[in-house]
Design a protein around this ligand. Structure first.
Ligand code: FAD
Length: 525
């Protein structure tokens, strides 16, 4: 790919007077970007790779309070997260969906059912709802036959919510763009600009697609680079604050590991809480929580799950679901992400605080820590910090709400309509107007349709195959061999919509296949 689409007018980017430049296109940057755009500020967001390339496409997909944070006495994080869960479900109803969790309690657990019931009760009080309870033995026998029944004392249930994290990032970014903000993916911030009195006045950018360099000025620079926040900050500071903790997940086909509800389970060897989650037609299991050594970053281009982590996850599911005899050969894909945790020494990773912090160095504001669930609170907090440095703007808008009901295309199946409205929000009518109904059939036993692929390629700033297969859709995770069966469908789309030559296609497939084997498949031990 030699040049960008005409929408990037380099002169426009360089000569415009930006109020704020946000570095990092994960959920943290996206939330700040949208809210600043809504408040009338001139805002530019740049992402060095693809949007949601970092942790924000690699989470456990939960919009949740986190029962385990409650167990670690992180009451404030849990309270704020539960409140945010409630708000976000109303804001993004079909993208963030309620999810029932089951919590099996065994006789050998350190704490009994009464302890967990109390925890779930507090959780529901925080969320101003009362929607939890326990299953009877008869229901357990009938509905959860695959669960280990030996020493099973009780099965409790409660509710949290799930999301496609990278679609949430893109939805929030789209809202910000509709409100006048500008975004660039594949555009890396390589340094800070300073004036003669050493005051920060902007950033140096490198367009990763062309190699072109730009100097762009702004009143404020926001460092929302998540696990990489220290890298930019080290240009003005010597103190490192981020502890990168790796978390990995594996995905199984539902016919091999069928679950109707999510489970919170405890690992038999160390008692850590893990999740088993039905997601995108698959069963996802995670996560681990380990320090991520720098050598791993040199070894492969993206975080990856190790063989030990895979064994650890398999050990847990086989202890809780012994009759399934799951092995590594049942794993369809894996993925790993890095938690941008604010360092508190070498404390147990699972107990490290999930709160966020803001660091100010002149006009560089770095924000790190936090959770996907709390991104709007993080954005509020950051904007409070930077407002004194921004000019007065009077405009106040909110993102355009999606029209309710199925009026845009009455013939659409309601389940599909809801799914699409969650993904596209206010742009759904445009999507439907441009879509051929025949292209709304699910592809190769996945939830995705040809129409979504075409729309993504046309309108969602796709530059490379992983953008389409790993983030705009999850075909690379939910379909065997990284979506191999869909390559022949995707090839003509890329050729029609992006003018890819045969040579470009071959190179993209080669790079994607290597990346998938290195970072998304079953690890070598
Ligand atoms: C395994 C795991 C499971 C999790 N599960 C949950 C969950 O279920 N629910 C929940 O609420 N939270 C969860 N979290 C936490 C949550 O995912 C993160 O807190 C959140 O995604 C962090 O978002 P971010 O935008 O700060 O960072 P990121 O998403 O990593 O975004 C930072 C971006 O900055 C870009 N960048 C870096 N340097 C530059 C540069 N120089 N120029 C331009 N761009 C740059 C990166 O490419 C990256 O895309 C989980 C985290 C992990 C690791």
């Amino acid at each position: 790919m030699s040049s960008r689409k005409p929408t990037l007018d380099r002169a426009e980017i360089v000569h415009r007077s930006w109020d704020a430049i946000i570095i990092g296109g994960g959920i943290t940057g996206a939330g700040i970007f949208r809210d600043l755009a809504a408040q009338g500020y001139q805002v530019l967001l740049v992402e060095q790779n693809d949007f949601a390339f970092g942790t924000s496409s690699r989470s456990s997909k939960l919009v949740h309070g986190g029962l385990r944070y409650l167990a670690n006495a992180q009451f404030r994080v849990t309270y704020e997260s539960v409140r945010e869960r409630e708000t976000l479900q109303k804001q993004y109803p079909h993208l963030i969906k309620p999810l029932q969790f089951l919590l099996p309690i065994y006789d050998h657990y350190k704490y009994g059912a009464a302890f967990f019931k109390a925890g779930i009760g507090i959780y529901d009080i925080f969320g101003s709802k009362w929607n939890h309870g326990s299953y009877t033995s008869a229901q357990i026998d009938a509905d959860f036959s695959t669960l280990n029944h030996k020493e099973l004392n009780a099965v409790l249930y409660y509710y949290d919510a799930e999301v496609d994290d990278s679609r949430l990032v893109f939805r929030v970014l789209s809202e910000g763009m509709a409100l006048g903000g500008t975004t660039l993916n594949y555009c890396c911030c390589s340094g800070l600009l300073r004036n003669v009195s050493r005051k920060i006045e902007g950033v140096k950018l490198v367009d990763a697609l062309t190699g072109n360099e730009m100097e762009v000025h702004a009143q404020v620079v926001v460092n929302a680079t998540g696990p990489w926040a220290d890298e930019l900050r080290l240009q003005v500071q010597s103190e490192k604050v981020i502890r990168k903790l790796r978390g990995s997940h594996v995905l199984f086909a539902q016919d091999r590991f069928p679950v109707k509800y999510a489970f919170t389970i405890f690992h038999p060897s160390d008692g850590r809480a893990l999740f088993v989650i039905p997601w995108q037609g698959m069963t996802m299991v995670g996560t681990t929580d380990l320090d991520h050594p720098e050598s791993f970053e040199r070894e492969k281009p993206e975080p990856f799950m190790t063989g030990q982590e895979m064994d650890y996850l398999l050990e847990a599911v086989n202890a809780l679901f012994p009759g399934l005899h799951l092995t590594e050969h049942d794993i369809i894909s894996s993925f790993a992400g890095l938690r941008p945790i604010i360092s508190m020494g070498s404390m147990d990773p699972s107990k490290a605080s999930r709160t966020h912090r803001i660091f100010q160095d002149d006009c560089l504001f770095s924000i790190a820590g936090g959770k996907l669930t709390t991104f709007q609170r993080m954005a509020d907090d950051l904007i409070k910090h930077i407002r004194p440095y921004l000019p007065e703007r009077t405009s106040r808008q909110t993102a355009v709400p999606l029209k309710s009901g199925n009026e845009a295309m009455p013939t659409l199946d309601p389940h599909l309509f809801n799914r699409l409205s969650g993904i596209y929000g206010a742009t759904l009518p445009d999507f439907l107007a441009e879509t051929d109904l025949d292209e709304l059939q699910p592809l190769a036993h996945t939830p995705y349709t040809l129409a979504e692929l075409r729309w993504a390629i046309r309108h969602e700033m796709i530059w490379h195959l992983p953008d389409l297969l790993l983030r705009r859709t999850r075909l690379g995770l939910v379909s065997p061999e990284g979506g191999l069966a869909t390559f022949e469908i995707i090839k003509p789309l890329m050729q029609q919509e992006l003018n890819w030559s045969e040579k470009t296609w071959r190179k993209e497939i080669q790079d994607y296949t290597k990346l998938w084997k290195d970072c998304y498949s079953i690890p070598s031990k």
